[in-house]
Ligand binder design. Structure first.
Ligand code: GDD
Ligand code: MN
Length: 393
């Protein structure tokens, strides 16, 4: 170990000023990277200085021989290397990283890809930046001066990445302040600053999950050049893109105000299937009263699907789907049944105009329906021990 020099001085800082680094666990998620892991360990050995106490934890979901290749390559490494192979790839890349965070033992955890797109030579700088600035999270960013996304294959991926970054930053302007590259998969985090139990990773964007749910007090960034893959191809797919959108919706829906707005928008969008069905049924000769009732169920089903997947994805476990659907349909139809007498009351008793009464009735039944849906369909489980749930890793 002593043969490895501290070869990567922090720019603008004299070697003598670099504080003694804290210990680091490098967490590497791998999915069929047998052609890359040897090279990665080699590069880590070459570029991380011996005075930086280091361990590497691979969290592997491979179906190829990646674990064996890692174990073989680890024999030549002057630091401990662990492979955690998961029987089930729960949460994909993000789920793997959370497992790694839980298994890490050092003060600092650096998360990096297993395909050599993230230069290990930056590991000491990420940690040194965190120590110097007191930040709990240090992001390696492609969008800072000096950084670039050279390795992002093709204009299409560059455009998608740009759009995703823009969308994400606009959805979380406060939580992502100071993070120019929330999509980065390369970052250092203080182990004491994260509560792995609050994380609900879904796919690739684990940094986003961490920044939004764990809310590290202070963040810093370091520029980096996203390199070409050493071997093989990206494991990201179109399905992964959809998973990202669901992840974004789930993160955003965690705030009550956003949930009310989402509920309203979804409710409004339900007019489309409702009116569509009404049109089809009356065109087929159905009397408009039964047609209204049936058409309303199309709106209800539409709303239910969207609400389930976008708003309450993480609150479904305590009730079966048909139980949730039944309760939701009951509430939605009660809304319809209640509205007319309520309007009659407002007009007859309180002398309101029909339009004002209808507007008020819509607001009242909307609020009742939202509160009812939260409380009667998706009530978060009680009795769960919150203190243990928030325990730091
Ligand atoms: N354990 C595990 N399970 N690892 C996975 C899984 C999985 O389901 N899916 C992918 N990985 C591993 C890969 O083996 C690789 O080591 C790393 O996660 C990144 O996967 P790539 O498939 O190479 O991702 P990418 O290059 O397209 O995307 C990278 O850059 C993006 C920025 O453009 C990742 O770092 C993304 O997180 C990042 O947003
Ligand atoms: Mn990659």
């Amino acid at each position: 170990m002593s043969s490895h020099e501290y070869t990567v001085p922090v720019p603008g800082v004299e070697a003598a000023e670099v504080p003694e680094p804290g210990a680091v666990t490098i967490v590497v998620p791998t999915f069929n990277e047998s052609a890359n892991v040897g090279q990665l360990l080699h590069r880590i050995t070459e570029s991380v200085p011996s005075r930086l106490p280091l361990e590497v934890v691979f969290v592997d979901d491979s179906t190829d021989d990646t674990p064996e290749v890692i174990r073989r390559a680890a024999r030549d490494c002057p630091f401990p290397v662990t492979v955690l192979h998961r029987a089930e790839p729960v949460g994909g890349l993000g789920g793997a990283v959370v497992e790694g965070l839980k298994a890490a033992t050092s003060e600092w955890v650096v998360v990096m890809d297993g395909d050599c797109q993230h230069p290990p030579s930056l590991v000491p700088e990420l940690v040194a930046t965190g120590e110097r600035s007191g930040a709990a999270l240090v992001v390696a960013s492609r969008y800072l001066k000096g950084g670039s996304r050279a390795g992002l294959a093709g204009n299409y991926r560059v455009a998608v990445s740009r759009a995703a970054t823009w969308l994400t930053k606009s959805l979380f302007p406060r939580r992502l302040r100071g993070i120019s590259d929330p999509m980065s998969g390369f970052f250092a985090v203080r182990r004491g600053a994260i509560t792995a139990e609050v994380l609900q990773p879904l796919g690739y964007k684990i940094l986003l999950e961490l920044a939004v749910r764990s809310r590290p007090r202070q963040v810093a960034e370091v520029p980096f050049v996203f390199q070409d893959r050493f071997a093989g191809e990206s494991k990201s797919t179109a399905a992964e893109g959809l998973r990202f959108l669901r992840h974004l919706a789930g993160l955003r829906a965690a705030s009550p105000a956003a949930r009310v707005i989402g509920f309203g928008l979804i409710g409004a969008s339900g007019f489309v299937p409702n009116l569509g069905a009404l049109w089809a049924l009356t065109a087929l000769g159905t009397h408009y009263v039964p047609a209204e009732i049936i058409a309303n169920q199309f709106g209800v089903a539409w709303n239910f699907l969207l609400i389930e997947h976008l708003l309450f994805r993480d609150r479904r476990a305590h009730r079966r789907w048909w139980d949730r659907l039944g309760r939701f349909a009951l509430l939605a139809n009660a809304d319809l049944v209640l509205r007319i007498p309520l309007i009659a009351l407002l007009v007859g008793r309180f002398g309101m105009s029909a339009v004002t009464a209808t507007a008020l009735a819509l607001v009242v039944t909307f609020v009742l329906r939202f509160v009812g849906t939260e409380a009667l369909v998706y009530l978060p489980r009680r009795g769960g021990n919150r203190t243990t749930a928030r325990r730091a890793v």
